[in-house]
Design a protein around this ligand. Sequence first.
Ligand code: PHE
Length: 354
Amino acid sequence: MNAEEWKRSLSETVEGFKSAIEKVEIENIEALETEYLGRKGRLTFLLRELKNFSVEERKELGKVGNRAKKEISEKLEEKRTDFEAKCARGDDRKPDFDFSLDGKPFPKGALHPITIVLGKITKSLLRLGFSVAQGPCLESEFYNFEALNIPQYHPSRDMQDTFYINLSNGSGMLLRTHTSPVQIRTMEKSRPPLRIISPGRVFRRDAVDASHSFVFHQIEGLYVDRKVSMADLKWTLETFIKDLFGEELRIRFRPSYFPFVEPGAEVDISCLFCGGKNAKCPVCKGGGWIEMLGAGLVHPNVFKNVGYEDGKWQGFAFGAGIERFAMLLFGIKDMRLFYENDVRVLKQFSGVEP
Ligand code: PHE
């Protein structure tokens, strides 16, 4: 390459650079710099060629070559500053989307009806001085039955058949059939006076239909002190049930049997739908009363089983099915709706507060 050819080549290089820098995008500026000024760059190549020229020629060509290098560097710098300013203003490129379009709807979730009702009952009972206790779903036979005065061969176990789990260490465990084992766990850990409620999941070996499920929810209540009577029990239940369903509601106790209470009662509420006036009412079947929960005064054997002094303490306990309450409160006729996760059902509870 002679001096003339070198000069032509240089001006072609500079021209090439000028048209490239006009069109360059922010993400390509690095590559453009490398293309011209990099170790194997076009201009670098030409400048390296200078060693093949005479001292005189080298002086002259070197001057033009360095001027071209300076020009290219400056233009690159200018462009960078330009891009930075645009980025800072946020208008460096076409926006990816149209800001004027409507936003995508972001639907608000809803609490599950069971959660809502549990929340309502809990709120009401916390106001009365109860606090929340919790126990495991996988229980021992001792806590679920024996300590609650239900011995192994007692026929009342049949009322609550469940799923047994055989652990490798040979001990039998089961899925708790009620929240009552939390009574025992609480009394073992603490001394009276105590007032606890315990919401949670329970299990029975029941076939699924509109009013049965193999897993459902209960809330347990336990109050132990020196003097606790059926009157305290009745007032407590009446208070929280009226909080839920309204003041006009009446409750009644019917004698019933649970091995861990004496006396024991089944608690009914007056029918919310017909008030007992409709002989064909599908909810109360014309009887005017709806069975809601089991309750009673803590059996002396239960106190004995947790090591409380004989004769010193009295207490009441109750256990209520949450689904029952939710069905009545929201007018749901089939329990299966609670477990099927059908959004058409669940979204109707959006905005309902516990
Ligand atoms: N645990 C009983 C049941 O599930 C209900 C209950 C609780 C009854 C506490 C009396 C006292 O059927």
